[in-house]
Design a protein around this ligand. Structure first.
Ligand SMILES: [Zn+2]
Ligand SMILES: [Zn+2]
Length: 230
């Protein structure tokens, strides 16, 4: 075990001191030749452990535990392993981390839309983490929501980003329990087709995808309000 002392903070004080493991594995990052990598600690719901190994420059750590980047994102998305052991996806499933990623990217746009819809006494509440849910056919999916609550805390509407375990590339946006828009994010589509684009093209494609998701929300909320009123 090696000891790493973190850099000083801006005020010159030492901000943390903790041990990092030192392994003897070749880092999996393409082009990285370091040989003191350690293995990702993620174990899925079936007891299988991730086989990838990473050096300190290329691993991610959550709560002091080393993971590959994908599994670190998964653990963060579900709010920690001990929080939700049943929410852990299979090793190769990107569901929870994709939900969290998209939720974070459209969060401010969604809050703007919802703020325009908030009635007197209503408020918006954001889920703090991704949760696992089973539909009526016992199909597993992950979701994270914004909720519109009335004055006494009852849910008026719920807008949800969801990804099914069986199709972990498809992002579904729901209002209450109705799917209003769905699509495969451009970066996943490109990865599948082995296409690369410039950073500015990537940014534009992401913007268009998120705009496509968000533009369906106001109309869907109006429709749901009409259903409530009838
Ligand atoms: Zn590396
Ligand atoms: Zn991993």
């Amino acid at each position: 075990m090696g000891v790493e002392v973190n850099r000083s903070d801006a005020s010159g004080g030492e901000i943390a001191r903790f041990e990092h493991p030192r392994g003897s594995e070749l880092c999996c990052q393409s082009g990285c030749l370091r040989t003191h990598g350690v293995r990702c600690n993620h174990i899925d719901g079936r007891g299988r452990r991730c086989v990838t190994t990473w050096c300190p420059d290329h691993w991610s750590s959550v709560g002091g535990i080393v993971y590959c980047r994908r599994h670190a994102n998964t653990i963060v998305a579900i709010g920690g392993v001990t929080n939700a052991p049943l929410a852990l996806p299979d090793l190769d499933n990107r569901g929870p981390s994709l939900v969290n990623w998209v939720y974070g990217d459209i969060d401010s746009g969604m809050q703007q839309i919802l703020t325009d819809c908030v009635g007197t006494g209503q408020r918006i509440v954001r889920d703090s983490a991704v949760t696992v849910v089973f539909d009526t056919n016992r199909r597993r999916f992950w979701e994270r929501s914004w909720k519109l609550l009335d004055a006494v805390g009852n849910s008026v509407h719920r807008i949800t980003v969801a990804v099914f375990e069986a199709n972990d590339a498809l992002v579904i946006l729901r209002v209450d329990d109705h799917s209003i828009a769905q699509g495969v994010p451009p970066w996943i589509d490109r990865h599948r087709r082995r296409v690369e684009v410039t950073p500015s093209a990537d940014e534009l494609q992401r913007k268009l995808f998120y705009g496509f998701l968000l533009e369906h929300v106001p109309g869907a909320l109006v429709d749901r309000l009409a259903v409530h009123a009838s």
